[in-house]
Design a protein around this ligand. Structure first.
Ligand code: SAM
Length: 446
């Protein structure tokens, strides 16, 4: 398996520089679409220019008076503006001048903060935005041959791409998936690694869905039904992997969890079993989803973009309220906060197993869970959405809580060139921050 790389040198790229570089590499001009991004001179500035041009040569007093009036007017305008147009101390909230007006404000990525876990030694993944774009170009035609065309209740395009891309990059000798449904993810893993064995843990066999013509059963996958073998944690991985498949190095194994179980629970189990490479689907944002996710765990007052205040007259409450009408997964402050203003997890609860279990935890416990998670993380990487909502027409996840997309809004040329216009809009409606982790025992345990 390719060693994940470790370049602390590579700083996070600027979205615009990235878009420009990428466009150039893909045969475009390299220029960001100026019509969408250029700042237009404000009305006041233009007025000032015209009037000063008229009066300056003849009447200096009139000019001074006019400038005074202008400053007064601007001050009154700023004072009377609604709070969302003022600089907000809690969020990196900026208005982007754009011909799209309100729509572009609505889809602004990350304006409500994007909490992420930190890794022990600041390692980052080896792949770049360019690798992701090249991957997309390769994956679109593969995705078009999928056996399950409408994977309703399963992965859509974004996560299928993420799983395929990361698996192909890591090149595991063996893949384990927990949560199979009709087998789409098994098919994705198989496209990434045509010959490597797969172990699939499932509640219901995809064969059961075959009658409906909507399933994928893999010849080189061993299926473990829960009712015969129990959960992921009950399987004897040493025997299964070493004896059956002859693999002694667990760093050559990739584990994919798409079973809606608490990520904290799965993280501990995977660590105990000795696995190092994990991908989690359904990395739900705080206040959403049916299990305690890594994203929720790393949402803390002291993490970048993390923490929430339950006051209804706060900027966050106002911005959230407005976004609820735009994005299905956006939650208002009322939904985010439970008893005693508990906002962590799901209103202060650590949920598990499709919401079948729900346990209240104190903020102290939540912070402890965070400390534990970060003590075992060597790498944490959230897959960005494939493209901005003006391109995909997705209406589900709220961009305000998501990292910048691989293809930004306004880059229709690139979106089209990569073949993404050929896909139905519905396949883009399932993004939930899929995450890749590389893990190892806490430094103190070594
Ligand atoms: C969202 S679906 C999986 C989607 C699938 N990976 C795909 O291709 O899109 C979640 C699946 O997890 C299964 N499941 C529930 N509990 C599980 C458990 N403890 N272990 C493994 N699978 C489980 C459910 O039966 C369901 O089919």
């Amino acid at each position: 398996m390719v060693e994940i790389g470790l370049s602390a040198r590579r700083a996070p790229w600027s979205p615009r520089a990235r878009a420009a570089g990428v466009a150039a590499a893909f045969g475009g001009s390299g220029d960001v679409d100026e019509s969408k991004t250029r700042k237009h001179a404000s009305f006041a500035a233009r007025l000032a220019k015209n009037v000063t041009g008229m009066v300056a040569p003849t009447r200096p007093c009139l000019l001074a008076g006019f400038l005074f009036l202008l400053v007064l007017l601007v001050a009154v305008f700023i004072y009377l503006s609604p709070p969302r147009f003022r600089a907000s101390p809690s969020f990196e909230f900026s208005l982007v001048d754009s011909v799209d007006g309100l729509d572009s404000i609505a889809s602004e990525f990350g304006i409500l903060g994007v909490p992420r876990c930190s890794s022990k030694h600041e390692k980052i993944v080896e792949w770049t935005s360019m690798d992701l774009l090249k991957g997309l170009e390769e994956f679109v035609p593969i995705y078009e041959t999928r056996p399950i065309e409408n994977n309703k209740d399963g992965m859509g395009f974004d996560h299928s791409f993420g799983l395929w891309f990361m698996t192909r990059w890591l090149k595991p000798d063996l893949m384990i998936e927990s949560g199979v449904f009709t087998g789409h993810s098994t098919w994705v893993l198989r496209q990434a690694m045509p010959n490597a064995p797969i172990i699939s843990i499932l509640r219901q066999h995809p064969e059961d869905y075959l009658g409906e013509g909507l399933a994928y059963v893999d010849k080189n996958s061993t299926y473990f039904p829960l009712m015969d073998f129990g959960d992921f944690e009950n399987l004897n991985w040493e025997i299964l992997i070493m004896e059956k498949h002859g693999i002694s190095d667990f760093s050559q194994v990739l584990v994919f969890f798409n079973d809606h179980q608490s990520h904290l629970k799965r993280l501990k189990q995977a660590l105990k079993a000795g696995f190092q490479h994990i991908i989690f689907d359904n990395n739900y944002d705080t206040g959403t989803g049916d299990h305690y996710s890594l994203r929720q765990i790393c949402d803390q007052y002291y993490t970048r973009g993390g923490g929430h205040f339950c006051m209804k007259d706060d900027d966050e409450a106002r911005i959230r309220e407005r976004r609820k009408s735009l994005w299905e997964k956006a939650v208002g402050i009322d939904e985010l906060c439970g008893m005693n203003n508990a906002w962590w997890g799901i209103r202060g609860h650590m949920n598990d197993n499709f919401n079948l279990s729900s346990e209240y935890i104190s903020y102290f416990e939540h912070a402890q869970n965070h400390r534990f998670a970060e003590s075992v993380l060597d790498v944490y990487w959230e897959l960005p959405p494939v493209a901005g909502p003006s391109l995909t027409h997705q209406t589900r996840y709220d961009p305000a809580r998501a990292p910048n997309p691989i293809i930004e809004d306004g880059r229709f040329d690139l979106f089209q060139r990569l073949g993404l216009t050929r896909l139905e809009a519905s396949v883009f409606n399932r993004y939930t921050q899929m995450v890749y982790l590389q893990i190892s025992a806490p430094d103190s345990d070594r």
